[in-house]
Design a binder for this molecule. Structure first.
Ligand SMILES: [Zn+2]
Length: 280
């Protein structure tokens, strides 16, 4: 599932290709993509809009139009945005859900195997309200200080892994980067979030940022479906410290990485560097 580094990679690839372009023709062939709104109506509304900026918050891509309207794209499990840029893309693609033809002749293709992705057209002035209701702090923003992280975790008895996955506390972190951040911070994924003290909060703040920045630097992690908009793969999967590495040695202490369940998700950690709450 694409997390902040993967969505940021998609944004950075598409930004120079999309900004300033006009949407000449829009075809949306899957009604799930725009529901509860009609895909044909949404496509008609989008046609003619000119793209002013491409932003991101958490795992949302924010396509801002000159009209003030915004298209919010969420890739969910398996959504992909590809830009043709002159290269030919397969025509008989059963997973293609939408095609946007731009005024420079290039195409943006949206494909989605599992079909959980969403496109929502938002009227001017409404996007911040929509996102503020769903998303907490942006972990790479300058305003996201240790104090903000401490506030987001204060009083929570849920395991820290669950708190990191809660998009209303912290936007953009998913299963992979939560495990990677906790390993960097030497914090056990089952520790109650509200129990973390000053130095641990500081380590987690550094760990979250370092894990996300490593992911962005490697263009994200391609485990199965995620692709960069030119059809390439990320390489972060070769650099995971713990994620998916059960039985392999921890690079810090050589203890074998273990897999447990936390927050209902497969969770990888080093039992020696990240001791369980009752072994400390
Ligand atoms: Zn270790």
């Amino acid at each position: 599932m694409p997390e902040l580094p993967e969505v940021e990679t998609v944004r950075a690839h598409l930004e120079p290709k999309l900004v300033g372009r006009r949407l000449k023709r829009v075809e949306i062939s899957d009604s799930r993509l725009t529901r509860p709104f009609d895909p044909v109506e949404t496509a008609a509304e989008l046609t003619g809009e000119r793209i002013a900026a491409l932003d991101r918050r958490g795992k949302y891509l924010i396509v801002r139009f000159e009209s003030g309207r915004v298209l919010l794209v969420h890739l969910r499990m398996t959504g992909q945005l590809l830009h043709s840029g002159g290269t030919s893309l397969p025509v008989d693609d059963a997973h293609r859900r939408a095609v946007v033809k731009l005024d420079d002749g290039s195409d943006v293709i949206y494909r989605d195997v599992r079909r959980f992705g969403t496109w929502l057209l938002v009227e001017p002035g409404e996007v911040d309200l929509y996102l503020d209701a769903r998303l907490g702090g942006e972990p790479l923003a300058r305003e996201f200080t240790r104090k903000r992280l401490a506030e987001a975790l204060a009083g929570r008895r849920a395991p820290i892994k669950a708190a990191l996955l809660d998009q209303r506390r912290l936007a953009g972190v998913g299963n992979i980067y939560a495990d990677e951040a906790l390993w960097r911070a030497r914090i056990n994924p089952l520790r109650p979030a509200g129990e973390l003290q000053g130095p641990e909060i500081a380590a987690l703040h550094r760990g979250v940022r370092a894990a996300l920045e490593a992911g962005i630097a490697r263009q994200g992690a391609t485990l199965r479906d995620y692709r960069t908009p030119d059809g390439g793969s990320g390489s972060m999967q070769h650099e995971f410290k713990v994620y998916g590495r059960a039985g392999e040695p921890c690079e810090r202490c050589r203890a074998p990485i273990e897999r447990i369940r936390a927050a209902g998700r497969g969770t990888w950690y080093c039992p020696s560097c990240q001791p369980a709450p009752d072994d400390r």
